[in-house]
Design a protein around this ligand. Structure first.
Ligand code: AMP
Ligand code: GLY
Length: 426
């Protein structure tokens, strides 16, 4: 069968790599893809902001299955349009994707279905923010309602700062229409965990858990990014806790969405804070995480295409996935300046030496390839150097050994991926 993957990042490289391992797949096409993906799939141009352009690509390629990587086309309704035309597609509809595209929707939904999350207030004006702030203690988390590519969350240390940030969001100056409504949230403390499940609208099958590293600097310092690295190991989530998360969060979400007429199919990404009061939902994403997908898929021993088809055909069961007990770690190498302004077009060296290290796979996030096979940087997050080994310490060691082989001008990466788990002697 022929599979079309929409997207161009490290997550899509990992999806293409894993989909290609299915014995049922004869051809993988990625739109638009990147330099690294072009080594294992055919890349075709596509503007993912434009549903007509995506449909045009699908009409030309005639895939047996389309997999949507990023949130934007999902929130624009690409799945609805494909379904209308009888094209098989993996992911949630526009209405179901509101769990990610509107934070106020997600918070109100969680309140309706008693899903544990931080206390909050939805505000549509500076006046409402002022009134609501009286009920919060500091720090206060200020979130723009809509999608803003990882820039929508500010932890304000004082109420004055919270009011100012919320005001900038509401005025449209900061994030355009994504900030037309803001959510104020109680600040939570604890370890974060990314818990992903596959759903067919009724049932769920859990994936192995992962932990992301959102801040740019070592020791969780500096501004938030799309994610500077992630790891996955059994020790992250005990079986008992996984059952709790399924019973109190994942299943109630899927049942609630169904009860409200927005059946949720695809991957539901639950971003959690493990607080002393118990796990609480920070956010939902309507897709695979990036970079979590890279270490998660490296541990998957079952067929990803079968699982995605089970979601489409309403036959997901808890045993859909088989996992390796190995641990995996992914170190993101970013362009100098990222997550602020950065330069592109720097030549990347050492990729083939890195790939020779046992257990290592270098996923490309923002690269281009010239006709002679040289790679250049073409984005903020450039590479996700991912390694697998029998324990986490060894996986981390292999990933960093591979990172050391790679070079491009002004590159930077975090040196402490998984350090917290390793300190706990995992
Ligand atoms: P979100 O996009 O909602 O996941 O927020 C991005 C990041 O901001 C999260 O991964 C957390 O690190 C942080 N964050 C979000 N909400 C809260 C909260 N209520 N308390 C503490 N940190 C938060
Ligand atoms: N790594 C966070 C995300 O995919 O949203």
């Amino acid at each position: 069968m022929k599979v079309l993957i929409l997207g161009s990042g490290g997550r899509e490289h990992a999806l293409a790599w894993k989909v290609r391992q299915s014995p049922r797949v004869s051809e993988v096409i990625c739109a638009p893809g990147n330099g690294g993906i072009a080594e294992e799939a055919i890349c075709v141009n596509a503007d993912l902001k434009n549903i007509d352009a995506i449909l045009e690509v699908a009409n030309r390629i005639r895939p047996d299955l389309t997999v949507v990587g990023p949130e934007l086309p999902l929130t624009l309704g690409v799945v609805d349009e494909f379904n209308r035309r009888g094209l098989r597609v993996f992911g949630p509809t526009q209405a179901a994707a509101r769990l990610e595209s509107s934070k106020s929707f997600a918070k109100q939904f969680m309140q309706r279905f008693k899903i544990p999350t931080a206390g909050y207030a939805v505000c549509n004006s500076a006046e409402e923010v002022k009134d609501a702030l009286a009920h919060f203690s500091t720090p206060v988390v200020v979130k723009a309602d809509g999608l803003a590519a990882g820039k929508s969350v500010v932890v304000a240390q004082s109420k004055e700062e919270a009011a100012r940030v919320a005001g900038e969001m509401l005025s449209g100056k900061m994030l355009g229409s994504a900030g037309a409504c803001v959510v104020l949230e109680e600040f939570l403390q604890g370890d974060e965990l990314s818990f992903l499940v596959l759903s067919d609208g009724q049932r769920v099958a859990p994936l192995v858990a992962a932990q992301d590293h959102k801040r740019v600097g070592d020791g969780d310092t500096g501004p938030n990014t799309g994610g500077m690295g992630a790891y996955s190991a059994d020790i992250l989530l005990a079986a008992q806790m996984r059952e709790w998360l399924l019973a109190h969060i994942a299943r109630p979400v899927i049942e609630g969405m169904r009860a409200e007429g927005s059946e949720y199919r695809g991957i539901l990404y639950v971003g959690l804070m493990l607080t002393p009061r118990g796990p609480m939902v920070l956010e939902f994403n309507c897709r695979f995480g990036d970079p979590e997908t890279q270490p998660i898929l490296m541990r998957m021993e079952s067929d990803l295409v079968d699982a995605m088809e089970a979601s489409i055909d309403s036959r997901v069961s808890e045993g859909d996935f088989k996992w390796s007990s190995d641990a995996t770690a992914c170190v993101v190498i970013a362009s100098g300046g990222y997550p602020e302004v950065y330069e592109q077009g720097k030549k990347i060296t050492g990729l083939s030496e890195a790939a020779k290290i046992e257990g290592v796979k270098v996923f490309h996030a923002g690269t281009s390839r010239d006709q002679s096979g040289n790679f250049y940087t073409a984005g903020g997050r450039v590479l996700g150097v991912t390694a697998r080994a029998r324990d986490l310490a060894m996986a981390v060691e292999r990933a960093y050994a591979a990172v050391e082989k790679i070079h491009f001008d002004a590159m930077h990466y975090r040196k402490d991926i998984a350090a917290r788990a390793l300190k706990q002697k995992v």
